[in-house]
Design a protein around this ligand. Structure first.
Ligand SMILES: [Zn+2]
Length: 438
């Protein structure tokens, strides 16, 4: 390692030590920021610690869950792994994850899509897992075209990277058409899900003709083809069939049955992506299933709490597709329930919250016995949006109040807390504090 890189690593480790011992904070990106300030090229030498290679996980929704599952599956196969588990996915987060420990077999890194042109040339990932591309944080990420171009330019700089991608997504498929070595995965049957009002990606990225679908899952995902130029979903290397979505999820991939107590069509894609990546690098199906069985996320994604007898489910929903998936999940739940939406507009959420109008809140209006609360900095905007969906939402200032109100209702209910990005950690802290009072 060059002297400058060594100095960067040394200084960053010092910062991490201070953070841990004096601020009692987990270092997720600050040490990386310091290292990059001292040596902007420090990622390259750090990536040299990875003996077998690295996997970069990208996509608008599902990155953290998929990344952590892949990491665990590879660890359970007897490999050592360096991973940015907490989801710090900019260049500084990736650098931080690689700072500690001498060396490891694999690096498994969630990478923010717009950070790929910076991260990939240095990390040179052996594999990229690309989950989906949805509209997200318009003022930060810009249009979908910008995101796609960023990923394409990143992959052009690392021509050896094998792309494991969601072939049901026309955007991911378009990116794949620029890549030499690809492994497509997807769902080979119609899941008959409720359809979205607002769908991106309706036009062929190659020739502009409206795409046609044999079947549509959600968002722009499905068995698509362009009637004009022949752009279409590629034959699937990993195809999910016999998908069951009630009472947990299960599906078949070739001879392997994969099942989980988690629910939701989006989890089928996350598990399928993680399975494809794990199999590709040699993790067997049995180990993968054991990994799923042991997977209990503590990062606010579908995290469960019990507060004085009330079960609470916390989940992240930060864009229209994420919200729609969460809502179809709670609509599948037959138990009586309340839902508390929390919407903030910090920089990391996107200051523009006009996307709320693209969420299918109308679905909830059909649910007769549902109580809805609105919170966060933009609770008033949210309340207005819900009013247009025929839902009367009470303004509620925090999770504690939502729990109290839920418990005061005549019937026992489950509480769903769905938040966007910056509201997730405070809601999680509140729930930890409330549940520890039991
Ligand atoms: Zn076309």
């Amino acid at each position: 390692m060059r002297l400058r890189s060594l100095l960067a690593v040394f200084a960053a480790r010092g910062v991490s030590w201070i953070e841990r011992h004096f601020l009692h904070a987990k270092a997720t990106s600050m040490p990386g920021k310091i290292a990059l300030r001292i040596d902007p090229h420090v990622l390259g030498p750090l990536a040299g610690k990875l003996k077998k290679g690295s996997i970069a996980v990208c996509g608008t929704n599902g990155k953290t869950t998929t990344n952590n599952l892949i990491c665990k599956a590879i660890e359970n196969s007897g490999n050592s792994v360096l991973c940015n588990r907490a989801g710090a996915n900019m260049e500084s987060g990736v650098v931080t994850a690689l700072l500690f420990g001498k060396e490891a077999d694999w690096g498994v890194m969630e990478v923010d899509e717009l950070s790929t042109p910076l991260v990939f040339p240095a990390l040179k990932p052996s594999y990229m897992v690309l989950l989906n591309i949805f509209r997200d944080q318009l003022d930060r990420c810009g249009e979908i075209d910008t995101v796609m171009q960023a990923i394409i330019s990143a992959l052009e700089k690392t021509p050896e990277t094998v792309l494991i991608y969601n072939a049901d997504d026309p955007f991911c498929s378009y990116i794949a058409s620029h890549v030499k070595r690809t492994i497509p995965f997807g769902i080979l049957e119609d899941l008959h899900l409720p359809q979205n009002r607002v769908v991106g990606g309706r036009f062929c990225m190659k020739c502009g003709t409206m795409l046609e679908y044999d079947y549509h899952q959600y968002g722009q995902l499905g068995a698509f083809h362009c009637p004009q130029c022949g752009f279409q979903r590629a034959p699937l290397a990993f195809a999910a069939t016999q998908v069951k979505l009630s009472g947990g999820i299960s599906f078949q991939v070739g001879d392997n049955l994969i099942h989980s107590h988690y629910s939701g069509a989006y989890m089928v894609y996350n598990l399928l992506a993680a399975f494809a990546a794990s199999q590709t690098i040699g993790c067997d199906a049995e180990t993968f299933q054991q990994t799923i069985d042991q997977y209990h996320p503590k990062n606010g994604r579908l995290q469960k709490f019990a507060v004085h007898g009330t079960s609470v489910v916390l989940n992240l929903a930060k864009n229209p597709t994420g919200f729609n998936q969460n809502m179809s999940l709670l609509l599948q739940d037959p138990d009586p329930k309340t839902v508390y939406f929390i919407i903030n507009d910090h920089d990391n959420d996107g200051n523009d919250i006009s996307w709320l109008w693209d969420v299918d809140f109308e679905w909830l209006a059909q649910e007769k016995d549902l109580v809805v609360y609105a919170g966060g900095h933009r609770m008033n905007d949210l309340q207005v949006r819900l009013k247009y969906a025929d839902i009367s939402a009470q303004l509620v200032k925090n999770v504690a109040e939502a729990v109290k109100l839920t418990q005061a209702l005549p019937q026992e209910r489950k509480l769903y807390v769905l938040t966007n990005y910056s509201a997730l950690a405070p809601a999680q802290r509140e729930l930890h504090a409330l549940s520890s009072q039991e």
